[in-house]
Write a protein that binds this ligand. Structure first.
Ligand code: HPA
Length: 269
């Protein structure tokens, strides 16, 4: 893994990727952020050594390097999900690469199902913490000390300073934010009503199929993380209705403008 990361980093540096201030993973709801990048380089995943190719509709596969609001960014447009069949190491490989390009900060976005009765479809939730319910752990196996410690502290996983800054930015932009805990399940099924209830009982506010592995690996390498989740459907007891990928995409798309505006303003601030 170490050698693969170094090989990919070297490849990207040779293509013009320099030291980013931020790594950004664009999940559902933040796709249009690519429109505001002052792009220096853009490379399809299929041309990047050791990268996989995303198999999910709505998740394209390009790595960008450029500038947003004066900050240098490396942006993953399209992520790898565990349910696609990738190993956790493959899912989180781009995060390792971002770190070794020089990024010490990470912004991740996703779509999720809300289980908090105060949430509505289209809400943006600042992730304050997560619960890892994925069936495999990305740090399982022999630890590579050059990446980080064997036993990783997770008590300040979502960086407080970034969180407070984003809250200030949202207030300034007149955007109402929700805050809450994200629980990661493998998918690809959406939850049964009983499972949404379980998610709530376990103490989470939203549930989704990504983000947790990437953030764990980022913390392994001591990166500061900010997580944003678009609530695309609700799993509230007694009110659970059918949900489809198309509806999730549609709801995520509807919040894209606001989320993009927030991230642009955050980077500026
Ligand atoms: N469950 C899991 N993942 C999701 C959901 C959901 O309800 N909505 C969007 N991603």
């Amino acid at each position: 893994m170490w050698n693969k990361v170094q090989e990919t980093v070297k490849f990207l540096q040779d293509k013009g990727f320099s030291i980013p201030d931020y790594g950004i993973v664009l999940g559902s709801g933040l796709g249009s952020l690519v429109d505001v990048i002052d792009v220096a380089c853009k490379i399809p995943y299929k041309d990047i050594p050791n990268f996989k190719v995303s198999t999910v509709a709505g998740h394209s596969g390009y790595l960008y390097f450029g500038t947003i609001s004066g900050k240098k960014v490396v942006v993953q447009q399209g992520r790898f999900h565990y349910y696609e069949g990738w190993s956790m190491q493959e899912v989180t490989f781009p995060i390792r690469v971002m770190k070794f390009l020089g990024a010490n900060n990470l912004i991740v976005s996703n779509a999720s199902g809300g289980v908090n009765k105060d949430f509505s479809i289209g809400d943006i939730m600042l992730i304050t913490d997560h619960i890892n319910f994925m069936p495999e752990h990305p740090l399982r196996g022999q630890n590579e000390e050059r990446f980080g410690l064997r036993f990783v502290d997770m008590h300040d996983t979502y960086d407080k300073t970034m969180l407070v800054k984003m809250e200030q930015v949202a207030k300034h932009q007149n955007v109402q934010l929700q805050k809450g805990i994200y629980l990661g399940l493998s998918g690809p099924t959406f939850e049964t009503p009983a499972e949404y209830k379980m998610v709530k009982i376990l103490g989470a506010d939203a549930v989704g199929m990504s983000t947790v592995p990437e953030v764990i690996v980022a913390k392994h390498m001591n990166m500061n993380c900010l997580g944003l989740s678009v609530i695309t459907d609700l799993g509230i007891e007694g009110e659970v209705v059918a949900v489809s990928h198309e509806e999730v995409q549609k709801a995520a798309k509807a919040s894209e403008k606001v989320l993009t505006k927030l991230v642009v303003a955050f980077l500026k601030a």
